[in-house]
Ligand binder design. Structure first.
Ligand SMILES: CC(C)(COP(=O)(O)OP(=O)(O)OC[C@H]1O[C@@H](n2cnc3c(N)ncnc32)[C@H](O)[C@@H]1OP(=O)(O)O)[C@@H](O)C(=O)NCCC(=O)NCCS
Length: 263
């Protein structure tokens, strides 16, 4: 059997949102559901879950080891309404009916704020941006691959919706979060200021390109220094995170460097 080439988006196509996008996303939850650890279930969340999601987020943020890891001040709009309504999609993972994790994908329309602008994407590509808005996992459920699964699901949904650019901002110090995204090809490409004076990594993946790391340019930058190292992003970007040492003396680094010339 021959493999069909990818179907290009017709000129003037309008990206799906609302119920149509939700249906596409729900179908892609099946693979996630089949692979969850015992006792967990997953479903799409909607506006009836607003209080559930809002309370969960407040609870997780209150337990952060470093408050800089997630600042709601850096968000744009009403996160809960936007991601449970027409401007986004959210999957919730539950244990015995209790929300223990979520992953949210933002689907900005032409009039919504769009992080693609921070990347200087051409106007024509902005409709095809999806925001990898946020994921949180209850502390008691961490280390079971829930975040990685929620990243995979959002990548599949964005691709299915033809949103070729995945973009979001992350705290430089939240190396677990950006390190996980980088393992899925969503690399920290720039530093940006958000919500006033917060310095954040702008992470991005374009499904139509497959960048290759020029290992000859490799440089390690300590995570605590990353927010002041704008020069790193003039030369290249971050490709992943690296640990050095063990236990209390363990330190985390960003692996930085240039992209290999595609020739
Ligand atoms: C960041 C956060 C979402 C990670 O959630 P998590 O579910 O513990 O992450 P995972 O379990 O997918 O990954 C954690 C580790 O478990 C490992 N793991 C264990 N079982 C796994 C499996 N079955 N599949 C994949 N990875 C697995 C992963 O390899 C990973 O190791 P790594 O950190 O060295 O890459 C969570 O710590 C959190 O909610 N933090 C607070 C909020 C926040 O910062 N959110 C992100 C910004 S929006």
């Amino acid at each position: 059997m021959s493999v069909l080439p990818p179907v290009p988006m017709p000129f003037g196509a309008i990206p799906l949102r609302g119920d149509a996008a939700r249906a596409v996303a729900a179908v892609r939850l099946r693979a996630l559901a089949a692979d969850l650890p015992d006792g967990l279930s997953v479903r799409m969340m909607d506006l009836d879950d607003s209080n559930l999601l809002a309370d969960f987020r407040v609870r997780v943020v209150a337990t952060l080891e470093d408050p800089d890891h997630y600042r709601m001040a850096g968000e744009v709009g009403n996160f809960v309404t936007d991601h449970l309504g027409d401007r986004g999609l959210t999957a919730g993972i539950f244990r015995k009916g209790v929300l223990v994790a979520y992953g949210a994908l933002g689907l900005p329309s032409a009039t919504d704020p769009n992080r693609g602008r921070d990347l200087d994407l051409p106007e024509a590509e902005l409709p095809w941006v999806a925001h990898m808005s946020s994921a949180m996992v209850d502390p008691s459920e961490r280390g079971r691959g829930l975040h990685h699964r929620l990243i995979d699901w959002r990548i599949e949904v964005a691709e299915a919706l033809g949103r070729r650019h995945l973009v979001t901002t992350v705290s430089t110090r939240n190396h677990r979060s950006w390190g996980h995204l980088a393992r899925h090809g969503i690399y920290p490409k720039r530093l940006v200021r958000v919500g006033g004076d917060l310095v954040r990594l702008l992470v991005h993946r374009d499904f139509t390109v497959d960048p290759v790391f020029d290992t000859a340019s490799a440089e390690l930058v300590a995570v605590e220094e990353l927010a002041s190292r704008w020069d790193v992003f003039d030369r290249g970007h971050v490709w992943g995170r690296v640990a050095a040492g063990e236990g209390a003396s363990q330190r985390w680094y960003a692996l930085c460097g240039r992209e290999r010339d595609p020739r």
